[in-house]
Ligand binder design. Structure first.
Ligand code: MV4
Length: 666
């Protein structure tokens, strides 16, 4: 076995590989870009080496720089993970030339599987079932048109060098073939510099079912059963599961044997995946082979009990597999979802920002989290916006689906947009529960899965309001503690007013509309909330982490209410609802953040002071509560900055235009 492993990757896969490497007693070497200087994978490694600026082409794709680190560190093996250099045969060759083991397949196998046409020609000869079609060298228009007519419409034109759907064209009739061929060639040339195409019978409702193979260097080739990855969006996998629901034993065995035959035909060694299309009639067809460990390998690990990275390392170190096909069996059901920083409401645009809030469910026998980020980390444009993979396992699919739903309810992310609500909608959808799967699942159920700007319910509005009130009360109590005069009535965030019933008007912007909530403060510390749909009596307490414990007309409710500036997020088991506070003070010209002057826009009385001079505050931190126009207004920090002066105490009158708080933006 190796003694020191360099992981030529980042994020969750690097952390995951290091976890196994450490367990096997290997020392680990990380490489990182400037953007990843504080990343988890750098912290997790025994040694870490900077290899360049953030762009992958200047860091994680720099084969020579990585090999130089391997030499300097004295690594005897390199694991490429997935993506980056993982299917780069030249890099695998360079490792071998440097006397460093490449934890992956032989370069010849990578090259053989690199092009669809050559792969299909090779595997077809080995008896692997292929979609009826043409993948020959004669690329003339007439030959391709004739082959399409022979296959029968609809046909699919695919780029041989392609992947991820680029250069694909569905052709319904002979009349459309010439234009579609020209378009597919143009796109293939632009994307891959290669416009060789193949033509296949178009399967209208296939499932994507792939087989994990594991082959050692001594001629043993096994399959570790299948994964169903049909739930994809624009050829990006969203949810994967093992085993494939409803796959009968005969098909499982036949598909596994086909994958083993494919691996043998290319002299495969190490972990790899054969992708198949499973048609509605139960027939399956080879699509392509991935010569690397896949993102979704964890579901296979769960149902087989194997650590695939461990066996990758052992195989690369020359060890034989210590078990045969007969020792492998499917145990239970596992489902993985990929949590991405992308915004479903903006057509899944990648979302960049800082992970201000990242709460993930507890791991255990039934739940695994592979992540490479922590709260406070930045999600940038430089790399794929993966936040974490959440994997659940149970004895059968129904139980696993239940666990998935619960786990997603307990996952909360703020600071970047995420696809969490989209994943929850899939997990809760009846078609998913019924395993009504095919590669058009998302398209078919888009209306139920994709977000619509749903207005907040009265309950959500109440929770948002109570989050604000309880947080203010908490901060006032802390200020009272600090003031040395804890019993001053001015530290009560009770909305108390002289000769007037204590009340406050809050206006929210929700789903594009203004919504009003009137708060009546009650002497017993409870609140009466007038909401759009009616009134209710409520009490609430909130912790520093935003966890709210509320009672609405006697019914207990838990939520997390997180605020940044005027933006609020109410996180409940039903998902995350975002809305923002419209505060006349915060929105009026009163807050002159540019000059750092926070002045009173009108005469008023200081109700409570929530910060101290010298305190460093984040944007949005409530700093002072002013009563004006018979309403309370909270002045918040307009940017990150430092409180430089607190000229007034609770209870004091202030004239229009006086500076309420000395504030120095960062
Ligand atoms: C197909 C197909 C239907 N019929 N081939 C998508 C990209 C590449 N992996 C191959 N793909 C497909 N090939 C024939 N003859 C449908 C797809 C396809 C697909 C396949 C698997 C998972 C998701 C998909 C989404 C769209 C289309």
């Amino acid at each position: 076995m190796f003694s020191k492993l360099l992981i030529a990757n980042r994020g969750e896969i690097a952390c995951r590989i290091m976890r196994t490497a450490r367990r096997l007693g290997l020392r680990t070497v990380a490489v990182y870009s400037e953007a990843d200087a504080h990343a988890l994978h750098v912290q997790a490694a025994d040694e870490a080496y900077l290899i360049g600026p953030a762009p992958a082409a200047e860091s994680y794709l720099r084969a020579q720089a990585i090999l130089e680190v391997a030499r300097r560190a004295g690594a005897d093996a390199v694991h490429p993970g997935y993506g980056f250099l993982s299917e780069n045969a030249d890099f695998a060759d360079a490792c071998a030339a440097a006397g460093i083991a490449f934890v992956g397949p032989p370069p010849a196998a990578i090259r053989a599987m690199g092009g669809k046409s050559a792969a299909k020609a090779l595997l077809g000869a080995a008896g692997v079932p292929l979609v009826p079609g043409y993948h020959g060298d004669d690329q003339s228009d007439t030959r391709l048109a004739a082959e399409a007519a022979e296959i029968g419409f609809p046909v699919l034109i695919k780029a041989s060098a392609g992947g991820g759907g680029k250069g694909m064209r569905v052709v319904e009739t002979a009349g459309g073939f010439a234009d579609a061929l020209a378009g597919a060639r143009r796109e293939a040339m632009a994307a891959f510099g290669d416009d060789v195409v193949l033509v296949e019978k178009y399967l209208t409702r296939p499932r994507h079912v792939e087989i994990q193979v594991l082959a050692d260097a001594h001629g043993t080739v096994l399959h570790l059963f299948e994964r169903d990855c049909s739930i994809q969006r624009r050829h990006q996998k969203v949810l994967e599961e093992a085993p494939a629901p409803g796959l009968d034993h005969a098909t499982r065995r036949a598909m596994g044997e086909a994958a083993v035959a494919a691996a043998m035909a290319v002299g495969y060694v190490n972990a790899g995946t054969c992708e198949f299309l499973l048609d509605e009639d139960g027939r399956f067809y080879f699509m392509e082979m991935n010569t690397r460990l896949q993102v979704e390998h964890a579901v296979t690990e769960y149902i087989t009990g194997l650590d695939l990275v461990e066996w990758q390392l052992r195989i690369a170190a020359g060890e034989p597999l210590s078990f045969g096909q007969d020792r492998l069996a499917v145990d239970g059901h596992a489902i993985e979802v990929r949590i991405y920083a992308e915004d479903p409401a903006r057509n899944f645009l990648p979302s960049t920002g800082t992970l201000r809030h990242l709460s993930l469910p507890a791991e255990g026998l039934h739940l695994r989290l592979d992540t490479g980020v922590a709260r406070g980390d930045a999600i940038t444009i430089h790399y794929d916006p993966m936040i974490a993979k959440l994997i659940v396992w149970d004895r059968d699919r129904a139980a696993a689906v239940t666990r998935l739903r619960r786990a997603l309810e307990e996952t909360h992310i703020l600071g970047v947009a995420s696809n969490l609500d989209f994943l929850s909608a899939i997990a809760r959808h009846p078609a998913f529960a019924a395993a009504d799967l095919d590669t058009r699942f998302i398209d078919r159920n888009a209306d139920a899965l994709l977000p619509h700007a749903r207005p907040a319910t009265d309950e959500i509005l109440a929770l948002a309001t109570l989050g604000i009130l309880a947080d203010r009360r908490r901060r006032s109590a802390e200020a009272a503690e600090r003031s040395g005069d804890p019993y001053s009535p001015w530290h009560l965030a009770s909305g108390w007013r002289l000769n007037d019933e204590a009340q406050e008007h809050l206006t929210f912007r929700d789903a594009g509309e203004e919504v009003h909530v009137v708060v009546h403060y009650r002497r017993d510390g409870s609140f009466r909330l007038n909401l759009p749909g009616g009134a209710l009596t409520a009490t609430a307490e909130i912790g520093e982490d935003g966890r709210l414990d509320a009672e609405l007309d006697g019914v207990r409710r838990r939520a997390t209410v997180v605020r940044h500036g005027l933006d609020l997020a109410v996180l409940t088991h039903g998902g995350t609802h975002r809305l923002s506070l419209i505060d006349p003070i915060a929105e009026a010209e009163a807050v002159e953040a540019a000059g750092g002057r926070l002045t009173a826009p009108m005469p008023g009385k200081i109700v409570s002071v929530l910060v101290d001079a010298g305190q460093v505050v984040e944007k949005g931190t409530p700093m002072i509560v002013l009563e004006a126009m018979k309403m309370e207004h909270t002045v918040v920090a307009p940017t990150d900055g430092t409180v430089t002066a607190v000229p007034f105490a609770a209870g004091e009158q202030v004239e229009e235009g006086v500076e309420l708080i000395g504030f120095q933006p960062v």
